[in-house]
Structure formats: C-alpha cells, structure tokens
Design a protein around this ligand. Structure first.
Ligand code: ZN
Ligand code: ZN
Length: 324
C-alpha cells in the first residue's frame, strides 16, 4: 500500500510541476488602465491630417519554427512559424522604423541553422534606417536589434535613434566585439515612462515586463487606422486571445525573457480586453507570422519597405585610369 501512496505523491508532484512550468500562463481577471488608449489618442488629436503617417510597411527578414506551447502556455496545437520583422511607418516628415530584426548569424544560432533568412529584406532594413527620420525598437532582445547594434554605418543611423536608456543599455552585448559604435553609444536617450508623442500620429510608452526596455507604440494614420505595436508582450496573438502568456519553463531556455512576469500577465489581460473594446485597433505582435501575413492580406500592412536607390557618388571630374 505504501508504494501506491508513494506513486500517488510522485504523480501529483509531476502533475503540479507540469502545470506550473508548462501549462500555466493565466492572467489576472482584470488589468484596467494598463493601456490608456484615450491618452494616446489625445496626444495626437491635434496633429494635422496632412502630417500623419500614410501607411505601415513590413519586412519579413527571417523565420523559424517552434511549438505553440512555448509561446502560449497550454496551447498544444503544434508548430508555429515565428517571423523576425521590421516595420516602416511612412509619413510626410520621413519614416519611423520599428525594430531591427535579426541578421543571418543570429537567426542561425537561434534556430540551430534551421531558420530561413532573406538577405535582400535585411539589406532594405539597413538602408531604410539611414534614410529614416526615426529608428526605434520595441525592446532590446537580440531578435529586434541587429540592424541597429550591427549596422555597418553606425554614424549614418545614430541621429535617427529614439531609444530609452534600458534599450541602449541592452545593445552593446549584441554589437560586434561587444562594443557599440561611439556614435550610437553617445546618443541622448528618451524618457517615455508616461505616454509620449514621438511624431505626428505616433505615441510611445514604456511597458517593462518582457524586457526592461519593452515599449508599446501607438500609430494613427491618415486613413484613421490605428495600430498598437506591442513587441514581445505576446509572441503570438493566441496569447491575447486565450489570455495565456508564455510558460514559466521558457526562462530556463531564455533567461532574459519576462524578468517581470506579473507585469506581462497584466499587459496580456489588458490587451485582450482592449481588443474586445476596440475591434478596429490593429494590435501588432512582433513574431506571429500567420497573423502578420494576414494583416498584409487585409491591407493593414504593406510588404516591403520603401527605400530610395543609393545615391551615386558625384563625378570627381577626373577620368578613370586607362587600362594598361
Ligand atoms: Zn523579446
Ligand atoms: Zn522577439
């Protein structure tokens, strides 16, 4: 009989551990005020329509596969495609780039060589940053920063960077040799602990939880479409739909993820409720390939950045040396 009790205890402990580490991502039942959409709207309410962003573009730089339950605790529906993207908010005063995606090396390490990388898309992100009015990141994790931390011309993007101190502090570890270009390291950071207007139609607010430098970015366009870029608060929209965050075991694999889990759980609950209250608001998580491609299909996102052709150097007036 004793062995039966012992077995029962073992099964109960294993079941409890499975629930705690794998299956539980439950959010609180309410998180009112976490995303103050009325405050974001008020900050851009007086922006002249002709100054607002006209369209939102996306580059799918890379992709890899992972099981759904790694992103949404309790979702055992199978493998999902994770996209690594960058966004371009096109506006009359110049574009705002959101996120720097991965480079080929980072994606290869992250996916054990199984990911797919689009070198042309990554090059467009690099070029678009040099031509943009502003370059922002949703947070400082490796799969959002490479076109910034490893940009081949740091001096050509430094003036455009709008980063918080937490975000900037997270960049050196991703830079070549662990050292940021001095032009980037020396930028003045922005304080967005309260909702802050960044440009016509664009508001950003700090949302620490998934990372110390996680932020959300609200965008209103000339067509009165509204977007909320949420970075990695949720990896997949399923987390918001099911009010279930990442499982706790993810921290064993990725120690930098969700240092403030209770904050992430509140944010996911708030996004779920916001989605119900504001069904026309386009919530944009960073990695949900199927959902993001659906937004391309519906016209909410346009695939591929607008990038001007590289300026050709002015002729020097000297004729090239004759061939020997
Ligand atoms: Zn992240
Ligand atoms: Zn990410």
């Amino acid at each position: 009989m004793k062995w039966l009790i012992g077995l029962g205890v073992v099964v109960a402990i294993a079941g409890g551990a499975f629930w705690y580490f794998v299956a539980d991502g439950a959010t609180p039942t309410q998180a009112d005020g976490e995303f103050d959409i009325a405050a974001y709207r008020a900050l851009v309410a007086n922006d002249a329509p002709e100054t607002l962003p006209q369209e939102v573009r996306v580059e799918f730089v890379g992709e890899s596969a992972a099981p759904s339950f790694a992103a949404v605790a309790g979702d055992f529906s199978g493998d999902k495609t994770f996209a690594y993207v960058s966004f371009q908010i096109v506006a009359p005063d110049g574009a705002t780039i959101i996120d720097g995606a991965v480079d080929a090396e980072t994606l290869s390490v992250m996916s054990d060589g199984s990911g797919a990388f689009d070198a042309a898309a990554y090059q467009r992100v690099l070029d678009a940053e040099t031509q943009a009015a502003r370059v922002m990141i949703t947070h400082e994790h490796l799969d959002h920063v490479m076109a910034i931390a490893r940009h081949p011309q740091p001096a050509a993007i430094a003036a455009q960077l709008r980063l918080t101190q937490s975000q900037l502090d997270g960049l050196p570890e991703h830079a070549p040799g662990g050292v940021l270009g001095p032009e980037i390291a020396g930028i003045t950071t922005i304080d967005i602990s309260a909702p802050t207007r960044i440009a016509p139609g664009i508001v950003a607010v700090a949302k620490p939880g998934h990372a110390p430098g996680e932020i959300a970015i609200y965008v209103r366009t000339t067509s009165e479409r509204e977007y909320l870029f949420i970075g990695d608060i949720a990896w997949l929209m399923g987390a918001i739909e099911r009010t279930s965050s990442r499982p706790r075991f993810i921290r064993f694999i990725m120690p930098g993820v969700d240092p403030d889990r209770p904050a992430v759980l509140r944010q996911i609950r708030a996004l779920h409720d916001l989605r119900t209250a504001e069904p026309d608001l386009v919530i944009v998580p960073a990695h949900d390939d199927e959902y993001l491609r659906g937004l391309v299909g519906s016209g909410a996102l346009i695939e591929q950045f607008v990038v001007r052709a590289a300026e050709t150097p002015a002729p020097s007036g000297e004729s090239p040396p004759a061939s020997p």
